[in-house]
Design a protein around this ligand. Structure first.
Ligand code: SF4
Ligand code: SF4
Length: 167
């Protein structure tokens, strides 16, 4: 019988060989929930009621990403991304800070690639909510893989139903 668990596990991994190393996901980003730099600093300093994991991830983010000086500077890098974030969060430009990675060089290459943080290694997540930058080499394959996982789940649910089971 087919090993569906193994198949799903494989489909949920970031596929290798599809990243074009374009650097788009490194040159502009927002922090969790698209908060401001000031708000993120408070989280990182433990001044909010967040868990240790959240505090650590805020510090990891800040050790890699630096805030743009202005919204115009961020727009010069990727105005589509800025507009998309403003629209999807329904925030105004004073309620969000855009960041860029300090380790991306002028050729859009990562200067610490072998030692890059985990959140870089696990981007883009195989998840329906993942935002893909225009032209990202991983978008198509990840969306296809998510669809395959959904199809497997549907198939197994239907099969269980036919057998009078619940999964
Ligand atoms: S550390 Fe490297 S991979 Fe991570 S965001 Fe910066 S340039 Fe990109
Ligand atoms: S945007 Fe996509 S293709 Fe470009 S570097 Fe990031 S993951 Fe790779």
């Amino acid at each position: 019988m087919k090993d569906y668990i193994k198949e799903v596990e494989k489909l949920m991994q970031i596929p290798e060989g599809y990243c074009k190393a374009c650097g788009k996901c490194c040159e502009i980003a927002t922090a969790r929930g698209s908060i401001t730099y000031k708000e993120l600093l408070k989280v990182a300093n433990g001044e909010t009621n967040e868990s240790e994991a959240v505090i650590n991830s805020a510090n990891d983010f800040l050790s890699t990403f630096m805030p743009f000086n202005s919204i115009d500077e961020a727009r010069n890098v990727n105005s589509d991304f800025v507009d998309m974030i403003l629209k999807s969060t329904k925030k105004n430009e004073h309620e969000i800070t855009f960041f860029h990675c300090r380790y991306l060089n002028k050729d859009k290459k990562c200067q610490i690639y072998e030692d890059r943080p985990d959140f870089c290694r696990f981007y883009p997540a195989v998840d329906k909510r993942t935002f893909f930058f225009k032209g990202c080499g991983l978008e198509k394959i990840i969306k296809e893989n998510i669809k395959k996982v959904d199809d497997i789940i549907d198939y197994l649910e239907q099969k269980a139903k036919n057998n009078g089971q619940q999964i």
